[in-house]
Design a protein around this ligand. Structure first.
Ligand code: DC
Length: 216
């Protein structure tokens, strides 16, 4: 079973995807890390983030599960990743490896922005996780604070709004729910409640996939 979890920045999709994968015993790929890692390498090499040829070369060379997450999670990296992710050529370079990951095993959980719409339109489960920008900014600010970063809530909210705008209006694979996605608004839900709802969505899809059962 392929579970596609999409949604805007800091909606809680990563936490949900990790928990679902653990619960279901499936491998998990946080696809945001691919764009973050591409941006990180460009920055480390002193290249311009708008250098398409360099970004494509970096994206092609990424090892999918070998990320130094700590270096990729900082506040500046979300913005840099969003810029790199707006390049159609970079997205194209990353499509196959994401699809291979999804189809390599008995199933997988992938989270990102375009999993249900572009990477795995055939996914059995599609969940679009969202929350108000203010709630997402509060969560992201707390996360950054816990990582030891100095945080200014207003700046984090501004980042989130800017990133939403760029991710939703880019020409290739813009952020939007797939037609057959279930929308899960976590604005008023804690992690446990959101997980319970996500699991119910997965279980309903598993029953639908199994088809009608004969009652002996
Ligand atoms: O989910 P995240 O915050 O780690 O993602 C970082 C950026 O990467 C995000 O602003 C948009 C981009 N992204 C994308 O365009 N497509 C994906 N499947 C995942 C992330």
């Amino acid at each position: 079973m392929i579970v596609a979890i999409d949604g805007p920045a800091a909606s809680g999709k990563g936490t949900l995807a990790r928990r679902l994968a653990q619960h279901l015993g499936l491998p998990h790929l946080d696809t945001g890390l691919l764009y973050r890692a591409t941006a990180r390498v460009l920055m480390d090499e002193g290249r311009d983030l708008s250098d398409v040829a360099a970004a494509v070369a970096v994206a092609r060379g990424l090892a999918l599960l070998d990320f130094d997450e700590k270096r990729l999670r900082g506040r500046d990296m979300g913005e840099a990743a969003s810029r790199v992710a707006a390049m159609p050529e970079v997205r194209k370079a990353l499509v196959e490896s994401q699809r291979d990951f999804a189809h390599r095993h008995e199933g997988a959980v992938l989270d990102g922005r375009d999993i249900g719409t572009v990477i795995c339109p055939d996914a059995e489960v599609k969940i679009f996780v969202t929350a108000s920008p203010e709630t997402r900014a509060t969560r992201r600010a707390l996360e950054l604070k816990n990582q030891g970063e100095k945080v200014d809530y207003a700046a984090v909210l501004e980042d989130i709004r800017k990133r939403d705008e760029r991710d939703a209006t880019r020409s290739t694979a813009p952020l939007h729910p797939a037609e057959d996605a279930v929308i899960l608004d976590t604005t008023t839900l804690d992690v446990a409640a959101a997980f319970k709802m996500a699991l119910a969505i997965v279980e309903k899809a598993s029953v639908a996939k199994a088809g009608p059962q004969l009652i002996p």
